[in-house]
Design a protein around this ligand. Structure first.
Ligand code: ADP
Length: 331
């Protein structure tokens, strides 16, 4: 067997991570590399929770959400001592290359390992799709499909009662889930962190929709939306907006906070393919002796980027989608 490579998943779990692990393990075996699974992200790395992964260990997981390697957040890894322990653990196990599947925080952690001489390749895995240098991250497509399924069901009941339905989705800093699912569901109003809102305007939009003859409305709200006037508290924005609409317009409202069901379920075709392609390229880079890279898919082509460069870029949301949704909602 050739050299050992570690594989870990870190930060928020995302459907499709298992498909990436499966491909990384089997492609590694194809190149005569020895794949090791590291459990519970950086937390498990520091504690030495790792073992070799066989081809059979990744059988039957391509269709499963979550991650068989588990995920965790690690405060200790944020300290120089914690990172030194992590590097020590890798050296003790003779692992000098690492694949990190996770989000922005996990990538920052990976960069610090790279600076200590570990060759790291990062794969974007987060439902938020807030990573630059890739059109989509693993898990995003499944998450928006989950939201779409939920809103389809809400629509059935909505069309039977004349109410305003507010659906709160994930996205503390990024409006990707809200914008894509809102557009795909025909939401009347979409609220995203990138475009601060005024609750009075949302209420007016709903009143205008009623004048257009719409008997019910769907509002998709990202959890991290911000008010234009900066007044903010920790209460769910959907609850606050719903209360305001009831009070000012008299419409009945119903609130659904989707929460963790957005992350769950079998990954979509898109996520499985993206995960498989990125993991395959990650092993190829390691086989070529490379490190300090992140992989992304841009215009359907897999590309590698310098990790430090990628982390310095800001992911842009295509606001054309937002303008389109406003046009569609106004007729
Ligand atoms: P995500 O990868 O989904 O963005 P987090 O932001 O929680 O999730 O990051 C996952 C883990 O990565 C953290 O618990 C921490 O151990 C590590 N990490 C995050 N940011 C840094 C950083 N700036 N430097 C070193 N490690 C970090």
């Amino acid at each position: 067997m050739g050299k050992r490579i570690g594989i870990l998943t870190s930060g928020g779990d995302a459907p499709g991570m298992n498909a990436a692990i499966r491909t990384a393990v089997r492609t590694a075996l194809h190149y005569d590399l020895e794949p090791w699974g590291i459990y519970r992200g950086y937390h498990g790395l520091i504690n030495g929770e790792m073992e070799p992964l066989t081809s059979r260990a990744v059988s039957g997981i391509i269709q499963r959400g979550g991650t068989i390697l588990k995920s965790a957040r690690s405060e200790k890894f944020m300290t120089p001592e914690g990172r030194a322990q992590a590097v020590d653990m890798l050296r003790q196990h003779e692992i000098d290359s690492l694949i990190v599947i996770g989000g922005d925080g996990s990538f920052r952690g990976a960069l610090s390992l790279q600076e200590e001489g570990i060759k790291v390749i990062c794969i974007p895995g987060t439902i938020d799709n807030d990573i630059a240098c890739t059109d989509y991250s693993i898990g995003f497509d499944t998450a928006v499909n989950n939201v779409m399924d939920a809103v389809n069901k809400i629509r059935d009941t909505a069309s039977s009662h004349e109410r305003v339905y507010l659906v709160e989705v994930m996205g503390r800093h990024s409006g990707y889930i809200a914008l894509y699912s809102g557009l795909a569901c025909g939401a009347d109003v979409i609220l995203i962190p990138e475009v601060p809102y005024r609750v009075e305007d949302v209420c007016k939009q709903i009143q205008r929709a009623a004048e257009l003859g719409k008997s019910f409305n769907i509002i998709v709200v990202a959890e991290g939306v911000k008010r234009i006037d900066g007044s903010q508290n920790s209460e769910s924005p959907a609850l606050q907006i719903g209360r305001y609409i009831e009070r000012e317009s008299g419409f009945e409202t119903r609130i659904t906070i989707l929460g963790h069901i957005q992350r769950g379920g079998a990954p979509t075709v898109r996520d499985r393919l993206l995960a498989s392609r990125l993991a395959y390229h990650a092993i190829e880079l390691i086989y070529q002796g490379k490190g300090g890279k992140m992989l992304g898919e841009v215009n359907q082509v897999v590309k590698s980027f310098d990790l430090a460069y990628a982390l310095a870029q800001e992911k842009q949301l295509n606001l054309d989608y937002y303008r389109l949704s406003n046009i569609l909602a106004s007729f």
